[in-house]
Each structure stands twice: as structure tokens, then as C-alpha cells.
Write a protein that binds this ligand. Sequence first.
Ligand code: NDP
Ligand code: GDR
Length: 365
Amino acid sequence: MTPQDTPVASNGQTTRKIALITGITGQDGSYLAEFLLEKGYQVHGIIRRSSSFNTGRINHLYANPESHTEGAMKLHYGDLNDSSSLVKIVASVKPTEIYNLGAMSHVKISFDLSEYTADVDAVGTLRLLDAIRTCGLEKDVRFYQASTSELYGKVQEIPQSETTPFYPRSPYAAAKLYAYWITINYREAYNMFAVNGILFNHESPRRGDNFVTRKITRGVAKIFHQTQEVLELGALDSKRDWGHARDYIEAMWLMLQHDTPEDFVIATGETHSVREFVEAAFQEIGKRIVWEGEGINEIGKEKGTDITRVVVNPKYFRPTEVELLIGNPKKAEEKLKWKPKITFQALVKEMVAADIELMRKNPTA
Ligand code: NDP
Ligand code: GDR
């Protein structure tokens, strides 16, 4: 039997488990691919052509002969801004589940690349939903859309839940708002199993280098190894509900296994400021912090080997900021039996330790 064959259970339902992941080379895509391979799925991923290798986060899966020579994992060149590539891939893979994780996912950069962000994050979602319909698979595929707590933007109520009004504060969030609604519209118009996971920030040692948590833990590691002296950041008082990516990808899968297509908030229910993340991270290497720069009134005069300088640089400020995010994951807890397992403290500890080890092995990483 080839992996593409379709075993049919005694109740007549298909037991094929074929997942297609856009954004498989990203933080979440790489954890999700691991998780689904472990569950016996055949995993297909869409990768973009780039001038340097972009498969660093999934090389270990691809190198594993059981993954790819046995046909359990396959990568396809495609792009969310290229409809024909999406139609070809969906037609040939005939997935049972699609996870749309691909996106221009950096909020600040979306102010510079606003049109591109709309094309990939908003219209890209439409293109993928239409590819499913073009292939006549709308009754056979379960579709997951990577929606985001950025939709809440300017605070309307806290904690934020599935019923909290949205108020996007960036081109990224506005594009994701379109993707959120087009997913719901296709569910209602064409009876598709299409859902939004409204995920709050989630991090890991695989987080992109220019998101704040990873920038901090890489900075801490470099300061530990004495290859960097100062950490420069933007808004220190922004508060985020930070969880661990490994916990959150499980919630994505649970949403697609649920009886009915529904949207869910995935969060820890706890919020911390950027400043608190910095303090927790430097505590891991036994350093105290002297804060400097815009908005800091009292510049510390302390000096010493146990002191580190953290400087606020306005170049990292955003034209409009999202000040406070804290999610209410009650619906997911009740209906999906999902709960986050990894605490804020454990997350910081794991990320700092991973970056110290990474820099030890490769000081120029
Ligand atoms: P990453 O930035 O780590 O990964 C984004 C992925 O999308 C990469 O694989 C990237 O490919 C791919 N991609 C970018 N542009 C395109 C395109 N034009 N066509 C196809 N693929 C593309 O994001 P995360 O893993 O952190 O997030 C996954 C998704 O979840 C994103 O949609 C993000 O917006 C959303 N999200 C993330 C949250 C978080 O806290 N991490 C919270 C809520 C939502 P390449 O490697 O080539 O760049
Ligand atoms: P966010 O994540 O915008 O919440 O989007 P990010 O880590 O970029 O910013 C979090 C907060 O930290 C502040 N900040 C800085 N941010 C960055 N990147 N660099 C800095 O130097 C810095 N200093 C302070 C920011 O202003 C912000 O308030 C992430 C992405 O993964 C999105 O794709 C996802 O949808 C949301 O999380 C939920």
C-alpha cells in the first residue's frame, strides 16, 4: 500500500491522515511537522524558493530516513502569492488537513511591507481556500487558519476571548483580520470545516531572531559569552501573554479533530511585560540590569561584572503599538481539553539555555 492510498474504516469514513502545512519552515510549522509525523501522518510542506537555505528548522526531520525516504514527509515549492502553485500542490497531495501557517509574520516589518503583507497574509489565505474548492475537496479537507491575538490590538476588554471585538493596529493585523473573516465566510458559504485558532504569542528556541523574546535570549547568551556588551530594545512596557510553541501546535491539531468547526483562543491567561522577560532572562546568568535610553528617567550609575546595560532605542518603536494582551483560554480548556503545560519561567529558562549552548558551539551564530 502506498501512503497515498485511502484505507476506509468499517463506518465508511476515511482514515487517511495527510497534512499539508504552509509555513513548514517556520517556528510553528517545524514543531507541527514533528508532532504530526509522530502521530503517523503523511506530512507535506510548502517551501519558498530562497537564495539561501531556509529549511534549517526541519533539516533534522528531512535527514531522518524514516521521515522522507519512506514518504512520510515531502516538501513542495510553492508560494501563498502564487495561486497556480497552490492548486497544483493541493490537487496532487489531496490532503485531509491543511494548516495555513505561512505568513509575513513580523508586526513591525509589516509597516514597511504593507502591500506584500496583505497579499500573502490576507489574499494568500483566500487563494488557499479557493485552491481547495478548485480541486473539489471542500468536503474532504479540514482547514486551520493561523489567526492571532494581534487582531485585538487596542484594548477593548481584558482578558480577550472569542467574543472580544477586534481593533487591529498594524498592516499585519489588518491582513490577518481579512484572513479570519474569509475563513469564517468559506465555512458558512460552502459548509467547509474551516477554523481560526486565535493564538497569543508563543515562543521557543526556534523563534525567529528578530522577535523580542529570541532577541533577548540571544542577547543574554552573547553577553554571557562576552561577545556582546549591550542589549538594545524598543517598548519595554508592552505586555504579552507568552506561551510555548510546542503546547500551541497541539491546540491547532485538536481544533481539527473537534466534532464541529469552531474558532478558539489559545493562551495561558497570564501576561508579562517585555521588561519582566528581560529581567527573568538575565536572572538565568546572574546579572542585574541598568536601564538606559528614551523614557528612562533615572540612569543607573552602577558598574560591575554582574551588571548589564539594556538600552531603549526608539528605532524599535512601532507607529502604533499593541500595549496589552492577555487571553482567556476557557473555551479551549472546556471543549478541546487543552491546557498549556510549559510555564513562563520554564520557557525563559529553556530559551536562554538553548541560546547559550548554540553560541558555545557556534560563536558567530
Ligand atoms: P514564522 O515567521 O516563524 O514562519 C512563517 C512561515 O511562513 C515560514 O515558513 C515562511 O517561510 C512562511 N512564508 C512566509 N511568506 C510566505 C509566502 N509568501 N508563501 C508561503 N510561505 C510563506 O512564524 P511562526 O511559525 O511564528 O507563526 C506561524 C503562523 O502563526 C504565522 O501565520 C503567524 O502569523 C501566526 N501566528 C504566530 C504567533 C506566534 O506567536 N508565533 C501567534 C499567532 C499567530 P520562510 O522560512 O521561507 O521565510
Ligand atoms: P508581536 O511580537 O509583535 O507581539 O507579534 P514581537 O516579539 O515582535 O513584539 C512583542 C512586543 O515587544 C516589543 N519590543 C520589541 N519587539 C521586537 N520585535 N524587537 C525589539 O527590539 C523590541 N523591543 C520591544 C514590541 O514593540 C511588542 O510590543 C508576534 C508575532 O509572532 C506575530 O506573528 C503574532 O501574530 C503575534 O506575536 C501574536
